[in-house]
Design a protein around this ligand. Structure first.
Ligand SMILES: Cc1cc2nc3c(=O)[nH]c(=O)nc-3n(C[C@H](O)[C@H](O)[C@H](O)COP(=O)(O)OP(=O)(O)OC[C@H]3O[C@@H](n4cnc5c(N)ncnc54)[C@H](O)[C@@H]3O)c2cc1C
Length: 440
């Protein structure tokens, strides 16, 4: 069997790793000039290593990613991070919390006894309610999906204060959209399995996991700067066309964004399957990395600031001192802050507005600093997939509507995150192996 993997983000790289392990012949095609997708690193000449997208793994709630890292002997190379955070209220009061501990949020002084009892009661109720075992497995999430949205559920079950001081800061950082746009099975599973969360990243940034996946793959099987442009059926095989050539394969793993997969396969899909894929909602997303050659805040008591309060729309969801999170990502004595914007204000902001606002927010959060040595904006027209109520069910059905020999992989089948991508990439490769075994 020969396979073409289209897309070299974590989903495509995890698929390549799984095929390689099983001695299956494959070629991987990546449109960009290197693999990594939205987990790529940007290595600047002055020694800073910037994450262009993803920043951390989340331990026990990333079971397939952790299992593969363990299998490759790489798990011990992850740099742990406690995620020591501060909630910064509208009046600039600060409340220490830990991103890896929901319980730490219960101590926030703006929550009254009634709020705390409601959080504990809801937590206990969730504990005895069935939910996804892997919060990034779309087929599990689909079983618990309905038309409920996260804001209404949180306000009804946790109360308004807990919505503003617990649920909203966490989800603003993770997904940056109003919570009314999010479905509930993922956050419920996250709350239930909160004790398993442990933050970490490879020393070289999260993009390094793709290099690890491809460690034993011969470089002549990896074709970067090679966007796939067309897929045609020839007898029982698939012809994969790219600029400058084509190859004939038995099977495809398409690990691009959902709308690209839909358009590549359009001629081979039913209208229903095509429109399900195209219904995946991507939001505009922006984050800014602000660099300082001399760390202005060497003694700052936390690594993250999360703006909170009841003041409505906030421009920024989180600010992270990356030099604390990953010391090897900055030159000696330097510091680098990631400023993660919420989606709604972006539509009215130019690139310059975003950069200016980022520096202003950094100074307000950590204290006035000297002029930064660089300000780098990463702006995505289609940044994160957002699972609206009903999304998992709509996408899960797509797997059974695909032509023979085609598997799709990507984080959009569940919830944006490296685990979703890795889980789906590994599963796509395993499905091809299973079908091949059945044919013999
Ligand atoms: C700012 C930001 C912060 C994030 N933070 C985190 C985090 O902290 N932790 C976490 O777990 N996740 C995080 N994520 C999400 C994570 O990055 C994604 O879930 C993950 O990258 C999805 O992987 P994927 O392989 O499905 O898609 P992608 O990473 O998007 O990869 C798809 C690949 O397909 C390629 N491609 C597209 N079209 C073609 C074509 N025609 N031919 C060949 N190749 C093609 C693209 O170039 C790309 O490389 C973050 C994302 C962003 C944007």
């Amino acid at each position: 069997m020969k396979v073409a993997i289209i897309g070299g983000g974590p989903a495509g790289c995890a698929a390549a790793y799984t095929l390689q392990k099983n001695n299956i012949d494959f070629e991987l095609f990546e449109a960009a000039d290197e693999v990594g997708g939205r987990t790529k690193q940007l290595h600047r000449d002055d020694g800073y290593n910037l994450g262009t997208g993803a920043l951390f793994l989340m331990g026990g709630i990333y079971p397939r990613t952790m299992a593969l890292l363990r299998e490759m002997g790489r798990k011990k190379q992850l740099v742990p991070w406690t995620g020591a955070s501060e909630l910064m209220d509208d009046d600039r009061s600060r409340y220490p919390v830990r991103l890896d501990s929901f319980l730490s949020f219960i101590k926030v002084p703006t929550l009254g006894l009634r709020d705390k009892l409601r959080i504990i009661g809801t937590g206990l109720r969730l504990f005895f309610t069935p939910s996804a075992r892997n919060p990034f497995d779309g087929s599990q999430l689909a079983r618990y999906d309905g038309d409920e949205n996260l804001e209404d559920w949180s306000r009804a079950n946790l109360g308004d204060k807990a919505f503003e001081y617990v649920m909203r800061p966490i989800m603003d950082f993770l997904y940056a959209v109003p919570l009314r746009e999010l479905s509930t099975p993922f956050p419920k599973a996250l709350m239930k399995q909160g004790h398993k969360i442990a933050l970490s990243s490879p020393e070289g940034g999260i993009g390094q996991i793709n290099e690890w996946f491809l460690d034993n793959v011969s470089p002549d099987r990896i074709h970067v700067s090679t966007p796939v442009e067309g897929l045609t059926r020839e007898d029982q095989k698939w012809r994969v066309s790219y600029s400058g050539g084509s190859i004939l394969v038995d099977s495809l793993i398409i690990a691009t964004e959902a709308f690209i997969a839909a358009n590549l396969l359009k001629a081979h899909l039913s209208e229903d399957a095509y429109s399900r894929l195209m219904s995946t909602h991507y939001t505009e997303y922006a984050h800014v990395v602000v660099g300082y050659d001399e760390d202005p805040w060497p003694d700052y008591p936390s690594d993250i600031v999360l703006p909170v309060g009841e003041g409505g729309v906030r421009n920024v969801g989180a600010m992270v001192l990356h030099g604390r999170r990953l010391p090897a990502s900055v030159p000696n004595r330097a510091q680098m802050v990631g400023v993660y914007f919420n989606t709604p204000p972006l539509k009215d902001m130019s690139d310059d507005d975003i950069k200016e606002e980022a520096v202003k927010q950094v100074n307000a959060a950590f204290g006035q600093a000297q002029k930064p040595s660089f300000v780098h904006l990463f702006r995505y027209k289609k940044g994160l997939t957002i699972a609206k109520p009903g999304h998992y069910e709509i996408l899960n059905k797509v797997h059974s509507l695909l032509p023979k020999g085609v598997e799709l992989a990507g984080d959009y089948f569940s919830q944006a995150g490296v685990e979703a991508a890795v889980h789906s990439g590994e599963k796509a490769a395993k499905n091809l192996l299973r079908y091949r075994a059945q044919e013999f």
